[in-house]
Design a binder for this molecule. Structure first.
Ligand SMILES: N[C@@H](CCC(=O)N[C@@H](CS)C(=O)NCC(=O)O)C(=O)O
Length: 267
């Protein structure tokens, strides 16, 4: 067990803790304790300062499963928000919304009738972009912000995947368009990976990961298509993200993903 003195007065520490916000975690493996004269951080597996635990669970409306109602459904935008909550170690309560039969109360908090919706500071917030940004501002630790110049990396993969999935004409160029985007992503990760922002996972990965999960399942099922072996960095990126505990905990059932895309495929 190692210790490291923090050269900080109690007042300064308390003010920086306030600044960091209520989700203070020194890290998964650190705890904070005081001596008469200084604050020290002790490396420990068992003791963790988790001040987020004192906050009430955050309410989040997500898509209900069609295959197994009462379970998390297949919305990639919901998963992005749940992943952000998980990676920030914030407690949350999911409300499952049946999108095929939306309840009256849901339209009061989501005028467009879309999930995800989250309650922050007594206000309901819609849209995963706005939600994840609000979470970052309110709970900055651990930081997940992607530098602005990297936020667009991989951002065209989802739309090109959808065009290819919906396409009925094998020679309309939609497969090639997807391959072009995946190839750019492969080259980017090769140079800059393993994540979009380098060594650390960030918001852009939490947005892209769920979309790649849909891509893999939907194209595998409806087109017998998979990411080619010639794009090993895309494949290993997917493998890494899909095997994260937070991802496994927040993913929808493959059967729901397949059912969810059926109307688009049938057109
Ligand atoms: N731009 C929104 C998109 C959210 C979205 O499209 N959610 C879908 C589920 S994946 C939805 O609620 N659709 C309404 C419906 O199916 O009636 C976001 O990022 O949150």
């Amino acid at each position: 067990m190692s210790t490291a003195a923090i050269p900080q007065t109690a007042a300064a520490l308390s003010s920086s803790l306030k600044h960091i916000g209520r989700n203070v975690r020194l890290s998964q493996n650190f705890s904070l304790f005081t001596t008469n004269t200084s604050y020290r951080v002790r490396r420990s597996r068992s003791l963790t300062v988790a001040m987020s635990a004192v906050s009430d669970p955050i309410e989040v409306c997500v898509k209900d499963s069609v295959i197994s109602p009462g379970k998390l459904g297949d919305c990639p935008f919901c998963q992005r928000v749940l992943l952000t909550l998980e990676e920030k170690h914030l407690p949350y309560d999911m409300k499952f919304v049946d999108l095929g039969n939306k309840p009256e109360w849901f339209f009061k908090i989501s005028t467009e009738g879309k999930v995800p919706v989250i309650k922050l500071d007594e206000k309901w917030i819609t849209d995963s972009d706005v939600i994840t940004q609000s979470l970052e501002e309110k709970y900055p630790y651990p930081p997940l912000k992607t530098p602005p110049e990297k936020t667009s990396v991989g951002s065209k993969i989802f739309s090109t995947f959808i065009s290819f999935l919906k396409s009925k004409d094998p020679s309309d160029g939609t497969e090639q368009a997807l391959l072009n985007e995946l190839t750019s992503f492969n080259d980017y990760i090769k140079e800059n990976g393993p994540f979009i922002n380098g060594e650390e996972i960030s918001a852009a990965d939490l947005a892209l990961g769920p979309k790649l999960y849909h891509l893999e399942i939907a194209l595998g099922h409806y087109k017998n298509w998979s990411v080619p072996d010639s794009l090993p960095y895309v494949k290993s990126y997917m493998k890494t993200i899909f095997s994260m505990d937070s991802f496994i905990k927040t993913r929808g059932l493959p059967e729901d993903v397949i059912a969810g895309w059926r109307p688009k495929v049938m057109g």
